[in-house]
Design a protein around this ligand. Sequence first.
Ligand code: TMP
Length: 199
Amino acid sequence: MKKGYLFVLEGIDGTGKTTLAGMLARRLSEEGYAVELTREPSDSVWGRRIRESFLGHVRLDLQEECRLFGLDREAHVAEVIAPALKNGKLVVCDRYYFSTMAYQGARGANVEEIQMQNERIAPIPDRVFYLQLAPEKALKRIQELRGDVPNNFESLEYLRKVAAIFDAMDFPFFRRINADRPLAAILQDLLCEVRLCLE
Ligand code: TMP
């Protein structure tokens, strides 16, 4: 069966993930590949509900947050990721279940359990590009460059815990990318890794 490839960008907030996912997808499209650029939380009804919750002052409780991210992932895989892979596309996904492991894990959820649950419902990616940046710098970027007020996912103490879980991940498909560099340099690394994977 013809199969596509799943490339995931991960990292704490403020690492340039979304910008880089867009740049990577555009470059690959220009090179003639059929590309599906997508993100999580996705545009499913569950993903929209999660994004709405970001606007409130009170964060969802951990159980509800895990439930919604799980439902969103199932919908995202069924409606977007699996069909694109089946059609032989290169899927570029801005966040995936490693974010659930890191972010909900940092709130106290069992990281291994989240991994096992997700591996039952979600395809294992071909590559995960972990954009690594010190939480202090990431938060500074959010505040200064984006002009944003950090939301309740973005306190320094919390991001440190999230980063520690990402840092400890050790999968054969995991690639650590130094995100403390200009976007163009990071993009070159991503393209290089993608080409190696496609060879
Ligand atoms: P974004 O800023 O990349 O759009 O992501 C929104 C927030 O959602 C981000 O702070 C991380 C969080 N998140 C989780 O907590 N768990 C998850 O499984 C995913 C995909 C995102």
